[in-house]
Structure formats: C-alpha cells, structure tokens
Design a protein around this ligand. Structure first.
Ligand code: ADP
Ligand code: MG
Length: 738
C-alpha cells in the first residue's frame, strides 16, 4: 500500500514491534493493510485541526473581521432552529469559562439541528464575523473532541497548539483501544524514530528543480506540519511521487512495446482502401486524413501500433477504422473489430457490409447466442483465415477463438468497456502466446476523456484526435421541457415525424428498478402508439428483447419504417441513423452527463437541424431557470444539485471535452468509469480531478528519464530503479526492464 521500496531496511520491520502497538493492535492494523513501519509512515492523516491560533471566547472580539483563522474550544450550551425558510437557520451557543458566542448555520439545517448536543465539547474554527456588532461564527468547521483530547495534562494537545493530525480510526481500532490520540502518539514515535531511514528515490536534480522537499521531510511534515506552508509542500511532494511512479510505469511500458516487441510492417498502399474512399458520398475531413496518416505511419513501422483514436460522437471514427482494416486485409492479415455491446457489433457489421458490398472482403459476425453449427463454422473460418474481418464483442479474443493470422485489433469502446477489462484486452492482444508478431492495436473512444484521465489510463498509448465534425453538420439544439409541458412536447414530436424526420424517445434504465423503468417505456409506448400517434409508426426497443427482436426493430428504424422509436438506453451506444433528428430524453435528470452527451450524439448526423429535448420534473426546471439560487432545493441535497448541474451543462455546451471535465468533476474518477475496479490506480493522496498540474509535471519528468535512461541503469537512477522495480513488481512481470 505504500510507495517506498521494500528491501533490507528497518522500515520493513513489522509494526508489532513499534512501541505502543503489540500483537493485538498489529493484527487490527494488518487488516487495514498496515504491516510494516513503512506502511504506518504512509498512513496519512485525513485532516488536521489547526490550533495555531486558539483564543478564549472573550478575546474573539479582537479578531472580528480580521480574516484570521481562529479556533475556540468550548461546550455546546444550546441548539436552536429559528426562522422560516428561506431564512431558517440553526444557532448553536458555544460557551467557555470566559463567555459565549453563537455559531450560525444556514445550510443543512436538519443536520446541524441534530449534530451536536448540549454539554458536548467541540473545537470550532473559522473566521470571526460580526452581527449587530457582536462576534459570531458562520458555518465554522467543527471538530468533536473525544474524551482523551480534552485532557489538559502535558500530553494534551490543547496546550501544545500547532497543526494537529487526524487519523482515520473506526470500530476495529477502538476495539483495541486505539483512539485518535493513541494513533497520534504512535505516529509521533514512528516518525521520530524512523525518519532517518527513509531513502529518497527521486533524483536530486529533479527534486531541486521542482522545488520539492526530500522524502523524509515530506513524510514528517505530512504527519506533524510545522506550518500550513510546509504541509502544502509535503502534500505536493507525496502527490508527485504517486503520480510520478505511475507515469514511470507507463513510460517503461510504452518504451518496451516500442523497442522490444516485434510487429508487422504493413504495406499501406492499399487499392481496397483507395476504392472505398472513392466510393464514399463525402470527402474525408481534414482531421480524418490526419489521423489516417498517423495510423498508417504506425502500420508501416515494424513496431506494433498501440494507438488511441479519440473523436467525439459523430466525428467519423468508423470509416477511419475500416480503412485501417482494409490495409490489414490487403496484406493478408485478419482484423478483430470489437464493439462494447452486441447490438453495436451488429450495427458495425451491417454498416461495414454495406460499405464493402462491392469489394472482395469477407466479414463475419461472432455473437454469443449463435447456434452451435453456425458458431463452429465461424470459428473454423477464423482459424483458416477465410474470415478477414471478424466483428464481435470482447469475446473475440477470448480463448477458443483462434486466428490464422491476426494482424490488427480494433477496440471500439465508446466508454463501455471497463478500464480494467480494456487493459486486459490490450494486454492480450499485445501478448499473443504464439511466436507470431504482435498485432497492431487501435483503441477508439468517443472523445470525452478529460486530459488528466487519459494521461493516466492511456498514458502508454500514442494518441490521435479527430477534432473536427464532418461539414454541413449543424449543432444539435438542446431544449428544456418540464413534465407538465407534455402536450407541447408531443406537438413538437408530431410536427417532425409528419415532415418525414425520425424521433427517438428514451427512458432511463436504472438497474435497481429495471422492471419499473421497463414499465415506463412499455406503457408510454402503448399510449403513444394507440392514443397519441395512432396515425404514425411507433416502435419499441428495450434490453429485455432478444437480439433477433432488437435487430428487426432497429433495422426497421434504419429503413425508415418506424417514425418514433421508444426505447430504453440500449440505443445509447454508437447507433447511426442520419434521418433521425429529434432525441427526446425522458427523466433527463436521471442520466449521467456523458450518457446524455452520447444520447444527444445520436441525432445531428444528417444535414437537418436536430433537436435534443430534455424532459425534467418541474422543480428542476425552476432551479435551472433561476440559476444562482436553487429555490425549493435544500443545499445539502447534493444529488439534486448534481442533477441540476448535469442538465444545465447540456443546455450550455456541446463541447465533448468540457462535458467530460464537468462529468469527472461531479462524479470523481472512480465512479466516472463505472466501477471501483475501473483499473484506475488507487490514489492515496493525489487527485486526478484537481492535481492536473502535478500530473503533467510528473509525466514529463518520467518520460524524460525513460527516454534518456530506458532501463534506469545510470548511477543517478540507482535508488529510483530499486524503488521502481519493487513498487511495480507485479505489473512488470512481463516487461523487460533490463
Ligand atoms: P463515430 O465517430 O461516432 O463512431 P461514425 O463513424 O458513426 O461516428 O460517423 C457518423 C456519421 O458520419 C456516419 O453516418 C458516417 O458515414 C458519417 N461520416 C463519416 N465521415 C464523414 C465525412 N467526412 N463527411 C460526412 N459524413 C461523414
Ligand atoms: Mg462509432
């Protein structure tokens, strides 16, 4: 769990032998992953109590409006809820031996009403303001004091001042009598006793250039800061280390793929690709040409391609992928083209079959539910090489599928593959068990990946970006509708459908209540079909249908035999029907931001003006329209606040990058990618949302080092190498580090 090298160091001593720990506590610590002294040193405080400026209550007057951060310690005298919304507030009267002062809370009143009870001792910190010339604290930060902290003996910290660390504890700790103060004492001992054993793996020149403290200083200061400034530089150093070691790994991986592995040197003059380009009813965009150049340069090179193709929804990635595949085909190699879902695989299959109808290329589709006989035939064609392009889901490179001559793997992920899964796919594609050359790998993703994340997730890939939409494409106009405006919404839908455009109406599908949501979609379908639009053709698509049913509905929509398609989110991914120009999103407040963006991307693909109608409850519309304050919306209802932010973002911008940044900010990196095992490294102190600058620096330094000294063999990099190989033992299993 730590970032330091394991080796023969006193830091590897088991925690059990640390003064104040012993076998019982050691066991509890071990459960939390704290086994050695080193682990303990990396058990950072989660917060601090700033007792640098402690005052008695009678003296607060002299700090009023000084802007200084002041702490007082006292006991809760009474708690009152006063006034009516929106001026409702909680007033807590705090007392010490010298007087009393009110603490005022306007937000989260329900919480503060109950949070503290009379008699309880708390430490209150904040800036002192005045009301009617009497001092008060408004929304100060409050720390509950546990009994052992109230102590005023020589050990009691109330009299020591300074910045006091707070360590995460919990029932397990308390069971072995390990309380806040006990932990603090143990850490004090460990830091004092072992700090000199902490080696610094970071080369001095980098450390000095970046103005970072040495590691032992940073570790000391993160636990027991001398000042706010030294705490900040300690944090900066430790964040840097965390990000730097990840970037170093990425740099090594990228370097080893480039230098050690042998790939295929394709001849990129492809008459098949030329014929396809000539047959297209449009010209490729400038950006498409540019990324094709990047890709063909990679393909020419005998090094395996390991490239990420980013492009917002509708930017035309599919055609780029197809041209790439044709080069592989012409060179006698097979392509595996992986889509995130079966429905999308089917659509790719249909699209590619149409585009290639005049070209002598064999495309096959491998799906889960296929009959045994068909499946056997398919597997045989893949094995004997007659299947030149194989489309499917990630099952394509799972065991049992053998390729005669796999030359190219394209992963169209559209945000759907978990990151861990994708890394495994790539690893597998990059490391075939055979002695044949590595296939080229192209990962495609809809742009919305904030830079900080792509640097971490795709940091070992070369990146090409399609940053331009095909010409003549008008931005989709997004419009807000409330539930009570259903009639005008339906009139809007009707007018478009009557003029020959097609319409999607999408309902959210939340896992816990799948049945309920399904009901919303099916019921609405029934009403729309029989009562609202009896003269129009209304279709229904949802995840519970089998793939044949889904297919026939989707194909009917593509053939314009359906005017209005009612659907759950299955259409979200990649579906392409240029004649569809209206996207209605019911319960827009329930969708994730990237998902909304993806849905909106389903329209605006033709030359007509397209619309995205976001339908939200009435309370939300009121909040969005009045912007700044959110009436009727309690401030502590952060879920609702976030929903408001998502929908208003959709109304304000269609910039995929911007939307992604906001989405990441709202959800945090873990959730952003769906699961906890997203494959994102667990960061202890750095934050991918807010530490972009440190990340950029860490990346630059790491890649520099590997460029100059790929195997970290120079003497200046001795400790770094030791640290690095220990830190990434597992990840490095398949990489030659020299
Ligand atoms: P995405 O990048 O979202 O996968 P697609 O590859 O599905 O986008 O392309 C979206 C639509 O744009 C398709 O109908 C495709 O045929 C069309 N298209 C692709 N490139 C161009 C272009 N250069 N000019 C006009 N239309 C294009
Ligand atoms: Mg696509």
């Amino acid at each position: 769990m730590n970032n330091l090298p394991q080796g023969n160091s006193s830091l590897d001593a088991p925690v059990q032998y640390v003064k104040g720990i012993g076998p019982k506590r050691a066991e509890v610590l071990e459960e939390r992953g704290i086994r050695t002294v080193r682990d303990l040193l990396y058990y950072f405080p989660f917060d601090y109590i700033d007792l640098q400026q402690v005052s008695t209550i009678d003296n607060l007057r002299s700090f009023t409006d000084s802007g200084k951060w002041i702490t007082v310690i006292g006991s809760v005298h009474r708690v009152d809820l006063v006034g009516r919304p929106p001026r409702q507030r909680v007033i807590i009267i705090l007392r010490d031996a010298t007087g009393s002062i009110p603490l005022i809370f306007f937000r989260s009143v329900t919480y503060f009403k109950k949070a503290f009870s009379p008699g309880e001792t708390i430490a209150v910190s904040g800036k002192v303001t005045s009301y009617r010339s009497r001092p008060q604290f408004v929304h100060p930060s409050i720390d509950r004091m546990t009994f052992d902290e109230e102590e005023t003996g020589p050990d009691g910290f109330l009299h020591t001042g300074g910045i006091i660390p707070k360590y995460g504890s919990g029932e397990d700790f308390k069971n072995v009598n390990l309380h806040v103060k006990g932990l603090r004492r143990i850490l004090r001992t460990v830091v004092d006793e072992y700090r000199d054993a902490i080696e610094d793996p970071l080369p001095d020149d980098i450390r000095i250039r970046l103005d970072l403290p040495v590691l032992k200083e940073a570790i000391t200061q993160i636990h027991f800061p001398d000042s706010e400034t030294s705490l900040q530089s300690a944090r900066k150093r430790l964040k840097f280390d965390e990000l730097f070691s990840i970037q170093l790994l990425l740099a090594v991986r990228r370097n080893s793929i480039k230098s050690d592995a042998f790939g295929i040197s394709f001849n990129v003059q492809s008459s098949l690709a030329r014929r396809l380009v000539d047959s297209l009813p449009f010209d490729l965009t400038h950006a498409q040409r540019r990324v094709i150049k990047d890709i063909t340069d990679d393909m020419k090179s005998p090094k395996p391609m390991n490239r990420l193709l980013q492009g917002d929804v509708g930017s035309g990635k599919t055609i780029v992928a197809l041209l790439t595949m044709l080069i592989a085909v012409e060179n006698g190699y097979q392509t595996a083209f992986m889509a995130p879902t079966e429905i999308l695989a089917e659509q790719h299959y249909a699209t590619l079959t149409t585009l290639l109808k005049d070209l002598p290329v064999t495309i096959r589709l491998l799906l889960g539910g296929q009959r045994a006989k068909l499946r056997e035939d398919l597997l045989e064609d893949i094995r004997n090489g007659s299947a030149q392009i194989v489309i499917g889901t990630h099952a394509l490179i799972q065991s049992g599928v053998e390729y005669a001559k796999l030359g190219l793997v394209i992963i169209d992920e559209q945000h759907r593959f978990g990151v861990a899964q994708r890394m495994a796919l790539r690893e597998k594609a990059l490391n075939p068990d055979t002695s044949s050359p590595h296939p080229d790998v192209l990962v495609m993703t809809a742009t919305p990946i904030p830079r900080t994340l792509s640097m971490t997730l795709y940091g070992d890939l070369d990146v090409s970006v399609i940053d331009e939409l095909p010409k003549h494409r008008k931005a989709v106009q997004s419009v807000l509708f409330t539930e009570s405006q259903t009639n005008s919404l339906l009139r809007f839908v009707r007018s478009h459908a009557e003029s020959g455009r097609q319409v999607y109406i999408v309902y959210p599908l939340v896992e816990e209540s799948e049945k309920l949501d399904l009901k919303a979609a099916t019921e609405s379908y029934a009403t729309l079909k029989s009562q609202v639009f009896p003269d129009l053709r209304v279709g229904l698509l949802h995840g519970r249908m089998d793939s044949a049913e889904k297919d026939s509905v989707m194909n009917a929509f593509i053939r314009r035999e359906i005017d209005i398609l009612v659907s759950t989110t299955v259409i979200e991914v990649g579906i392409d029907v240029p004649n569809a120009s209206v996207m209605v999103i019911e319960h827009a407040e329930r969708f994730g931001l990237s998902q909304l963006h993806q849905l909106r991307g389903r329209v605006g693909r033709g030359a007509d003006q397209s619309y995205c109608l976001l339908v939200v409850p009435d309370w939300m519309a009121a909040s969005i329209k009045s912007r700044s304050s959110l009436p009727g919306l309690p401030a502590d209802d952060s879920e609702r606040q976030k929903a408001v932010k998502r929908v208003s973002t959709m109304l304000e911008t269609s910039d995929g990058f911007k939307i992604a940044e906001i989405d990441l900010d709202l959800r945090g990196p873990g959730e952003y990618f769906g699961t906890r095992q997203s494959g994102l490294p667990e960061l202890q102190i750095a934050n991918l949302v807010t530490d972009g600058e440190i990340l950029t620096t860490a990346r630059r330094e790491a890649f520099n080092i590997i460029e100059i000294d790929p195997h970290l063999r120079s003497s200046a990099h001795h400790s770094l190498r030791k640290y690095f190989t220990q830190r990434w033992k597992d990840a490095l299993a398949f990489i030659q580090v020299g």
